[in-house]
Design a protein. Structure first.
Length: 384
């Protein structure tokens, strides 16, 4: 038989004493329960949808309530004077959020509450503003990046002085010459100064389509003349354009959006020559010798060997694929070359030309080349 703390056996003789004390015990229990009912309210179940302890209304009668949905994040929706309901998502709080406050505009602002977090500061939401849910993502910056070909001139204070696109079906003869200045365009021309060239330039090789000018070189025996005016057959016909008759300038920024052909034997170039017909000087904005990633930037200030400065530039991009931007900033005593918006070469010195010059673009052939090649130009812009 179990023993009491005093070591005496517990038997039926102790029961009358217990029954005598039972009424007193019940009175004490009832008194404690009554006191608890008076001093404590009913606890709120975590995550239940319950009204806030003191909902307030806007001037339009809009109701404010708190939704406890156990979500990890919450957002507040503003109530306007149209009777919208102002709510806040509760992230698992064991008690409702604090009582919302009414602003001077009549908009009720609820504060989201999270358990075990500092109480957020209540802020006034403008009547027309809707808070974006946390799942909203930001558009990648790359989607709104401006293409290099549309960048303005890199020098401040300049304005656009010459611009040419190729949206029509034919070349604008009022803007573009199709031969060197000393030749009759209808019969064609070539560059006698480079004896390795094997093309004869003809107007028919300057073709416009697809919003671009195509200087097309074709392997077609073509009748021309040599430096003495005697008849000569050239294995290729090709295209050339200049602004000799329409536009020349001294100092400025030239920007050309183009695509080179690549391929052995092709020699596309963008360049400037003096308006008075003399040579030198010559500024080569871009020359390419049949590769897909290499261009050359050059200044010729004399005819003697070594009277030039140049830089071979290797591009990380394939210059035969897609459009690329070639630029030249010509300032007093300074030349700066650009490729796709990046500076690739700078030359400074008294050798920099200071006389009016005009623009040329051509596709020369200086060796065996593909039966057909095209140097494509999308636009030419000159700032001054």
């Amino acid at each position: 038989m179990p023993q009491s703390p005093q070591g005496q056996p517990k038997d039926a003789r102790t029961l009358p004493t217990v029954w005598a004390l039972l009424p007193t015990f019940l009175v004490i229990v009832i008194a404690i329960y009554s006191l608890a009912a008076i001093t404590h309210s009913r606890p709120v179940t975590r995550g239940a949808a319950v009204p806030s302890t003191a909902p307030s209304a806007t001037g339009s009668g809009a109701a404010s309530s708190t939704l406890g949905n156990g979500a990890p994040f919450g957002f507040a929706t503003s109530a306007t004077g149209s009777g919208a309901t102002n709510t806040a998502l509760d992230a698992g709080a064991s008690t409702p959020p604090s009582t919302p406050s009414t602003t001077s505009s009549g908009v009720v602002n609820a504060t989201a509450h999270q358990a075990a977090s500092p109480t957020p500061t209540t802020t006034t939401t403008p009547p027309t503003t809707t808070t974006t849910p946390p799942t909203t993502t930001t558009t990648p910056a790359s989607s709104t990046t401006t293409p290099v070909s549309t960048n303005p001139a890199p020098a401040t204070g300049m304005s656009l002085a010459f611009t040419a696109g190729f949206t029509s079906s034919s070349l604008a003869s009022s803007v573009w010459d199709t031969c060197f200045a000393s030749f009759v365009a209808a019969t064609g021309c070539t560059n006698y100064g480079n004896t390795q060239e094997t093309e004869w330039y003809l107007p028919t090789q300057d073709q416009v389509s697809g919003d671009a000018l195509h200087l097309v070189a074709t392997e077609t025996p073509t009748q021309g003349t040599d430096v003495n005016g005697a008849p000569k057959t050239y294995p290729y016909a090709s295209g050339l354009v200049t602004t000799f008759s329409s536009f020349n300038f001294t100092y400025g920024y030239v920007q050309v959006v183009a695509r080179i052909p690549g391929g052995t034997g092709t020699w596309p170039a963008l360049w400037l020559l003096p308006e008075n017909g003399s040579w030198p000087p010559e500024i080569d904005i871009m020359e390419n010798y049949g590769t897909s990633t290499l261009m050359e930037a050059t200044l010729h200030w004399g005819a003697a060997a070594g009277q030039e400065a140049y830089r071979d530039v290797t591009s990380s991009a394939d210059l035969t694929s897609g459009w690329h931007t070639y630029g030249l900033l010509w300032e007093p005593g300074s030349l700066t070359w650009y490729l796709d918006g990046q500076v690739v070469y700078t030359f400074t010195g008294s050798e920099v030309p200071s006389q009016p010059m005009y623009f040329l673009a051509n596709l020369a052939i200086d060796g065996p080349a593909a039966p057909s090649s095209s140097f494509d130009i999308q636009s030419v812009q000159i700032y001054h």
